[in-house]
Design a binder for this molecule. Structure first.
Ligand SMILES: [Zn+2]
Length: 257
């Protein structure tokens, strides 16, 4: 499978990337000046091959104010790009915003590497420095952004780099029934409880992350699930299903089957 290529505003891109740019422009309420698109092998040597495949764009930033530059980076991140402001001090290039569409099927190797670096909270440059942009959207994807849009929910800046933010529904079903579980499933259950006890959520207390002695894990998890459901106005049945998972999605978690 590969993306559908298009020429848009005179640049080679693909349909998915164009839809993402347009969504980001709706957030900033101004048009971006795309100075480099995708599928541009050998075009700009300073880009080090990251624009050879799909999903890559550079937005001209020389004429933008500091506030506008920041707004473009944030909007691109909110719709699922790994995006950074690049400065003339970093390399032989003008002020621009370099962005890679997370999950694009045509990413070059260099671009795919930058996505991984973004998710680790790094700047995507050869020096592997810390991310210098607005945090909070390291796990965002275009598909997830669209689901949030459909549900009329604004993206929430909560996910930190390096944190497990994928929860499996199948694992949660088993977590409500059994005590013995494999490593990843136990990790997902622990992640749900850690999230629920986060001060911003406050569905359970810190001490409720672990079951009291003598209480089996599955029973404890059912009780905590009821508390989460009550907190968010859901039927408190103690079964961690899609409705409960949807609440976590609003906070940047990815739910798998
Ligand atoms: Zn670039």
């Amino acid at each position: 499978m590969s993306e559908v290529r298009v020429i848009w505003r005179g640049k080679r891109l693909n349909k998915r990337t164009v839809a993402m740019i347009e969504a980001a422009e709706r957030l900033t309420e101004f048009e971006f000046d795309v100075m480099q698109g995708s599928y541009n092998r050998g075009g700009v040597s300073a880009s080090a091959g990251t624009h050879d495949g799909g999903g890559a764009i550079d937005v001209r930033a020389t004429e933008l104010s500091a506030k506008e530059r920041k707004a473009v980076v944030l909007a691109l991140r909110k719709v699922g790009f790994a995006a950074w402001l690049r400065t003339p001090a970093q390399s032989d290039w003008p002020w621009h915003i370099h962005a890679i569409a997370v999950g694009d099927q045509d990413l070059s190797r260099g671009a795919a590497h930058q996505v991984k670096e973004y998710r680790r909270g790094r700047n995507g440059l050869a020096n592997r420095g810390p991310d210098d942009g607005p945090p909070g959207y390291y796990r965002m994807t275009w598909e997830h952004y669209q689901r949030l849009r459909a549900a009329n929910v604004p993206p929430q800046p909560i996910s930190r780099p390096g944190v497990n933010t994928t929860i499996s529904l199948g694992a949660m079903e088993i977590a409500c029934q059994r005590d013995a579980m494999s490593g990843t499933w136990a990790a997902d259950r622990a992640q749900v409880l850690a999230w629920a006890s986060h001060p911003k959520i406050g569905a359970i207390t810190r001490s409720e992350i672990l079951p009291p002695s003598g209480t089996p894990w599955h029973q404890h998890f059912q009780r905590m699930t009821r508390k989460i459901q009550a907190k968010f106005g859901l039927p408190a049945n103690g079964s961690f299903g899609p409705e409960t998972a949807a609440v976590m999605e609003r906070y940047g978690y990815t739910i798998t089957s």
